[in-house]
Design a protein around this ligand. Structure first.
Ligand code: ADP
Length: 607
C-alpha cells in the first residue's frame, strides 16, 4: 500500500528559509534526532515500568551510523516506534507545524543570530543537512505494521508499508552535497561528544558507546565521594587542575534544577575563563553560554547545570525577564554563599589557604550583588602584609586603637605593591600601623565598596601621604626651621626639581623620616584608576600627568645642610635628595637616572 499526501501548513516552502536562518548551526540536527531517539527509548522504559508494555525491552542502545558511499546518516532506536497514523500525526503535523511556526515568528526578525541555537527545531532540522529524509518505524503496539515515510522537505510526503522486524525507529538522512562535512565520521563524533555526552540512554557510534548515561549530577550527593566529584571534573575539563571545591545543586521546587558547580584553581586574574559552565536540559547539552542563567560573577565557576525549566526556545531578552531564570539566579547565589560560609566555619585554615583562589569570586560577588554582599561580609578576608588573615570585624577591632584619626574616622592602610611601596610600608609599620595587602585588579573596586559600606572608615594607600599625615592625630609638631628658612628651603628644592607636576611643601616630619617624601594623593590616584578602567566619565584624566606632592622634611639634618650650602651646591644636594626619593619609589628612569648616577659618582669622587 502506498499513500501520498500533502502536509498542510501555513508557509509554502519553509525548508529554504530555515536553512538560511540556521546556517551556522546546522550541526544541531544530530542533537535533535538523537534526543528524539532517546525520548522514544525512555518512553518504552516507562511503559514497561508501569506494566503497559510487557514484551522484551531488549538492547535499548541508540545507534548512529554514517555511510559515506550511500551518503546517509542513520539514527536508529529501539524505542516506542510509530504507526503510520502516528507518523502523520506527530511528524506531518507537529514537526512541520513547529517548523512553520518558527518561520512565521522569525522571518521578519532583524537579529537572526539571536535565534540560532535557541530554538530547537526538532525533527524538521533534519532537512538542514539532507534533501530527503526517511523514517522506517514499527510501533511497540501489538499487531502494528512497520511504515516507511519519505519526504524531501517540501509539503509532499509518501508513506508505504515496510519490512521491519524489530520495534523502534530508523531515521535515515540523505545528505546534500553542501553538507558533505557530516559524512565524515570524525565530525559526527565531535558533534555527539558535544551534545550527547550525558544523554540518559547509551548512544553508540562506530561500535563504541560515546556517552555516560548516568552523570553524577543526576545522583544524590550522599551516594558520591570526593573522588567521584574530582573524576567528573576531569571528564569535563581534561586539561584543568583539580578544583578547589564544589557545590551539588539539587532542587525540585519551585523549579527543577540539578547540577554541580566547581570552584576552579585560578592562576592569575587574566586567565579567568567564562563560559565554562555547561547548560543541559534533561541531560541534552544546550549551550555553554550561561550568561542569563547564572549570575555574572559566578560565570567564573565551572561545571554543569541541568534544568528542564530554562526556556531555550525563546530569545535572549525574554530569558532575562523570565521569572524561573531569576529564581534560579537567586538560588545559585545563595547556595554558593552558603557553601563558602560553611567552609569558613568548618575549617578556617583551609579556607584561608584557598583564599588567593576564591577571593576574586567573593569580591566580585559582593560588588555585583547586594544580597551576596550581606552574606559574604562575615567571611570575606583581609590579608595584612605579615600574611595574617582577618574578617572585617576582626580587623576593625585590631586597628581601631591606633588607627582612628582625630575626626573619629577609622583609617585602613593598604599597599598595592609591597615591593614598590616598601619604604612607605616600613614607615607605617614603624609607627605601629597595620598595612593590608590589596593588590589584585578587583581590589581597587573592593576598596570603594568597603568605604561605602563601612561606617566612619576610609582606606588610604600607604604612599598617598607622608606617614605622619595618613592618620591625623591631635598633635602639633615643632619645626627646627623658622619661616624664612622654610621659604628658602622650598625655593632651593623648587629650583632643583623644576617640574610643575611636583608640588613642593616643607613640613616638620620626624628626624627619623626621610628628608624628601613623594606622594600621590589618594583621590588623584583613584580618579586615574577609574579613567583607566573606563569608568566614571573621566576619560580626560588618562592624558593628564600625575601631580605629586613633594614633602621636604624640615627636621631632617640633610635639609639643614641644603640651607647652609653654597648656592651651586644647594641645587645639587637638593636634586640628589629628590632623586633618591624618586629612586626609592621606582620613579627614576631614563635620562634622569643617568644624570643621577653621574652626579652620585661626582659627589663620591669629591668627598
Ligand atoms: P518534539 O520532539 O519537540 O516533540 P519533534 O519535531 O522532534 O518535536 O518530533 C515530533 C514528534 O515526533 C515527537 O514528539 C514524537 O512523538 C515523534 N517522534 C520523533 N522522533 C521519534 C522517534 N525516534 N521515535 C518515536 N517517535 C518520534
Amino acid at each position: 500500500m502506498e499513500e501520498r499526501g500533502s502536509i498542510s501548513i501555513h508557509t509554502e516552502n519553509i525548508f529554504p528559509i530555515i536553512k538560511k536562518f540556521l546556517y551556522s548551526d546546522h550541526e544541531i540536527f544530530l542533537r535533535e534526532l538523537v534526543s528524539n531517539a532517546v525520548d522514544a527509548t525512555q518512553k518504552i522504559k516507562r511503559l514497561a515500568a508501569i506494566g503497559e508494555f510487557t514484551g522484551e525491552l531488549g538492547d535499548l542502545t541508540v545507534k548512529v551510523a554514517v555511510d559515506k558511499e550511500a551518503r546517509t546518516i542513520t539514527i536508529a532506536d529501539h524505542g516506542i516506534g510509530m504507526t503510520a497514523e502516528e507518523i502523520k500525526k506527530y511528524i506531518n503535523q507537529i514537526a512541520f507545524s513547529g517548523a512553520s511556526e518558527f518561520v512565521e515568528r522569525y522571518k521578519d526578525s532583524g537579529d537572526k543570530s539571536q535565534i540560532i541555537g535557541q530554538f530547537g527545531l526538532g525533527f524538521y532540522s533534519a532537512f538542514m543537512v539532507s534533501d530527503r529524509v526517511e523514517i522506517i518505524t514499527k510501533s511497540y503496539k501489538e499487531g502494528s505494521e512497520a511504515a516507511h515515510w519519505t519526504c524531501d522537505g517540501s509539503t509532499e510526503f509518501a508513506i508505504i508499508d515496510a519490512e521491519k522486524e524489530t520495534r523502534g525507529t530508523n531515521v535515515i538522512l540523505n545528505v546534500t552535497e553542501d553538507s558533505e562535512e557530516f559524512l565524515e565520521p570524525a565530525r559526527i563524533r565531535a558533534i555527539l561528544d558535544k551534545y550527547c555526552k550525558f544523554l540518559p540512554v547509551p548512544v553508540e557510534f562506530e561500535g563504541e558507546v560515546i556517552n555516560n548515561p548516568n552523570p553524577i549530577w543526576t545522583k544524590q550527593p550522599s551516594e558520591l565521594t570526593d573522588e567521584d566529584y574530582k573524576a567528573f571534573y576531569k571528564e569535563l575539563y581534561p586539561f584543568s587542575e583539580a578544583p578547589l571545591f564544589w557545590i551539588h545543586l539539587n532542587v525540585d521546587y519551585p523549579f527543577n534544577l540539578t547540577g554541580i558547580l566547581y570552584f576552579p584553581k585560578i592562576k592569575n586574574e587574566f586567565e579567568l575563563q567564562r563560559n565554562k559552565i555547561q547548560l543541559y536540559s534533561r541531560q541534552v547539552f544546550i549551550t555553554d553560554e550561561v550568561k542569563d542563567v547564572v549570575p555574572e560573577f559566578l560565570m567564573l565557576l565551572h561545571g554543569v547545570i541541568d534544568s528542564p525549566d530554562i526556556p531555550l526556545n525563546v530569545s535572549r531578552s525574554f530569558l532575562q525577564a523570565d521569572s524561573s531564570v531569576k529564581k534560579i539566579n537567586t538560588y545559585i547565589t545563595k547556595k554558593v554563599a552558603d557553601k563558602l560560609n560553611e567552609l569558613f566555619k568548618k575549617d578556617r585554615t583551609a579556607f584561608e589557604s584557598s583564599w588567593s583562589d576564591i577571593n576574586v569570586f567573593v569580591k566580585y560577588g559582593m560588588l555585583s550583588d547586594d544580597k551576596f554582599y550581606e552574606r559574604a561580609k562575615d567571611f570575606v578576608l583581609l590579608q595584612s602584609t605579615d600574611g595574617k588573615y582577618y574578617t572585617i570585624e576582626e580587623y576593625k577591632a585590631l586597628v581601631a586603637p591606633n588607627q582612628t584619626n582625630k575626626s573619629d574616622q577609622l583609617v585602613l592602610l593598604y599597599t598595592t605593591d609591597e615591593n614598590k611601596q616598601h619604604a612607605f610600608v616600613e614607615a607605617a609599620q614603624s609607627r605601629g600601623y597595620n598595612v593590608l595587602k590589596l593588590d589584585t585588579l578587583i581590589d581597587s573596586h573592593f576598596i570603594g565598596l568597603l568605604e561605602q559600606k563601612l561606617e566612619k572608615t576610609t582606606l588610604k594607600r600607604v604612599d598617598s601621604e607622608t606617614t605622619d599625615k595618613l592618620i591625623e592625630k591631635d598633635e602639633t609638631k615643632e619645626s627646627v626651621l623658622n619661616d624664612k628658612e622654610k621659604e628658602d628651603l622650598k625655593t632651593a628644592y623648587e629650583q632643583a626639581i623644576s617640574n610643575q607636576h611636583m608640588l613642593v611643601e616643607v613640613a616638620p616630619l620626624s628626624p627619623d623620616d626621610a628628608p624628601v617624601v613623594i606622594t600621590l594623593p589618594e583621590f588623584m590616584r583613584r580618579m586615574k584608576d577609574m579613567s583607566k578602567s573606563g569608568g566614571g566619565g573621566m576619560m580626560f584624566m588618562g592624558d593628564m600627568p600625575d601631580t605629586y606632592n613633594v614633602t621636604i622634611n624640615a627636621n631632617h639634618p640633610l635639609n639643614q645642610r641644603v640651607l647652609s650650602a653654597a648656592d651651586e651646591d644647594k641645587t645639587r644636594i637638593a636634586r640628589q635628595a629628590f632623586d633618591l626619593a624618586l629612586l626609592s619609589q621606582n620613579m627614576l628612569s631614563g635620562a634622569a637616572l643617568t644624570a643621577f648616577v653621574k652626579r652620585s659618582f661626582d659627589l663620591m669622587t669629591k668627598e
